[in-house]
Design a protein around this ligand. Structure first.
Ligand SMILES: [Zn+2]
Length: 436
């Protein structure tokens, strides 16, 4: 929601010098690269896109995860019954959106708390992976307190302040497990988290989901790594998760000392997003391109570039004036097929990284892709229009790192989605190593 913005300022304003300076002074070890939500608005490289390059060198010839749909069928369904396609992740984590999103349901057994239901939208795959991973922890530790599920995406995806990513339904911020449901709100969280449960969560994510990466501060990583090692986990496996440089599953990022930021691959939703890209114009009200504002951009220039119009851009983004911020992501309504819209590369989901104990049995990994392709999910029914983020995220964007509140928006976690009968959550045993 725009505050009262000055009218007729058709210039991008570089407002975030402090953050930019902080970035320049930051430690430059390669692990630092991943993402930093505190710097969400600063101009920088398209890290999200780089991270989404295909995991293997081979580029598939055709669809891998939605092969049951021919191009003709897809075109037809997209045109006539788009909801039957299930969740679609469009574009990039840092410049993207969603179609047919679903909402993280309230937990059936108090396994988790949805902190901000209005920002708990994601793809079906993300919701299934998330619930599977958490339920697995609860299955092993029946007395585990609920974990706090913080922000995912807004209902349609797109820019969600203050995050840089969280745009196409694949990112979720998860609180830590503490001895009780209530977070210990001190800065050095690593001294207060429940190591056993948080390690179980990481392990569950690695084994039971197609997790792409987990961002968390290295001080938290250290206590979890040490704990896992003491438990007898394979050092080689742990190093592949924590200490493999750019290939690590768990990566350091500033601003992540009080939560995990988890990003999932979405084989189906991402592949659909790619396939749908040339067909967007068949659904005029879904024919929207997300544009990340760069230095020098103007509303008029963006309208021209995408063959859109100034008025429709302003309306779609509820803008009163022409004020743009670098790093801001605009929804640009299109009037026809987009010829200048970047499309993510084809996705090939890498094999899961299993501990040695499980490596013999790769079947465990492949059975669990959630949300059956033959049974497209209806988007969840929760109807009320999304209240926009005015009240939501208050995490500070300065470089000073005060005690970040665990989650600013203390929405009562009421009304959730009537839990659609989605699949997942068959509780899988991880194996002997897990039960120690
Ligand atoms: Zn996040």
């Amino acid at each position: 929601m725009p505050e009262s913005l000055p009218e007729a300022v058709a210039q991008v304003v570089e407002h975030n010098d402090a953050a930019a300076t902080a970035a320049a002074e930051a430690p430059t070890d390669s692990e630092e690269a991943a993402e930093d939500e505190e710097l969400a608005d600063t101009p920088d490289t398209d890290e999200g896109e780089a991270q989404e390059a295909p995991a293997s060198a081979e580029v598939p010839n055709g669809p891998l995860y939605t092969a049951e749909l021919s191009d003709e069928q897809l075109t037809d369904l997209w045109k006539k019954e788009p909801t039957t396609l299930g969740s679609i992740s469009v574009g990039f984590v840092e410049s993207g959106r969603m179609v047919n999103s679903v909402r993280v349901p309230q937990a059936q057994d108090n396994e988790w708390i949805v902190v901000s239901p209005e920002l708990a939208w994601a793809t079906q795959e993300t919701v299934d992976y998330l619930s599977t991973a958490i339920r697995e922890v609860r299955a092993q530790y029946p007395k585990a307190p609920p974990i706090r599920v913080n922000q995912l995406s807004s209902r349609e995806g797109g820019y969600l302040r203050p995050h840089k990513s969280h745009q196409n339904g694949r990112d979720v911020d998860l609180g830590f497990y503490y001895p009780t449901a209530e977070p210990v709100r001190v800065r050095a969280r690593e001294n207060h988290i429940d190591l056993e449960l948080n390690w179980a969560l990481l392990k569950s994510l690695a084994i039971h989901t197609d997790v792409q990466m987990i961002l968390v501060d290295k001080r938290v990583q250290k206590v979890l790594y040490d704990h896992a090692l003491r438990k007898g986990e394979s050092k080689e496996w742990l190093d592949s998760l924590f200490n493999a440089g750019a290939k690590s599953l768990v990566k350091h990022a500033r601003g992540h000392r009080d939560h995990f930021h988890v990003r999932f691959f979405n084989p189906r939703a991402q592949e659909l997003g790619r396939r749908i890209a040339p067909l967007l114009a068949l659904q005029p009200d879904k024919n929207i391109q997300m544009h990340r504002v760069r230095s020098g951009d103007t509303v008029g220039g963006i309208a021209l570039r995408y063959n859109s119009s100034i008025q429709s851009i302003k309306k779609a983004n509820r803008m009163r004036g022409y004020f743009l911020r670098i790093g801001q992501v605009l929804a640009v309504p299109l009037r026809g097929p987009c010829t200048r819209c970047p499309v993510p590369p084809p996705l090939v989901v890498p094999a899961r990284r299993l501990p040695p104990m499980l490596e013999q049995a790769p079947a465990v990994a492949s059975q669990e892709t959630p949300s059956s392709p033959t049974e497209p999910q209806q988007p969840s029914v929760a109807t009320q229009a999304e209240s926009t983020g005015g009240s939501a995220p208050a995490s500070t964007e300065t470089g000073t790192q005060p005690l970040a509140p665990e989650t600013p928006a203390q929405e009562p976690a009421v009304q959730g989605t009537p839990a659609t009968s989605h699949t997942s959550s068959s509780v899988m045993q991880i194996g002997p190593a897990a039960s120690r």
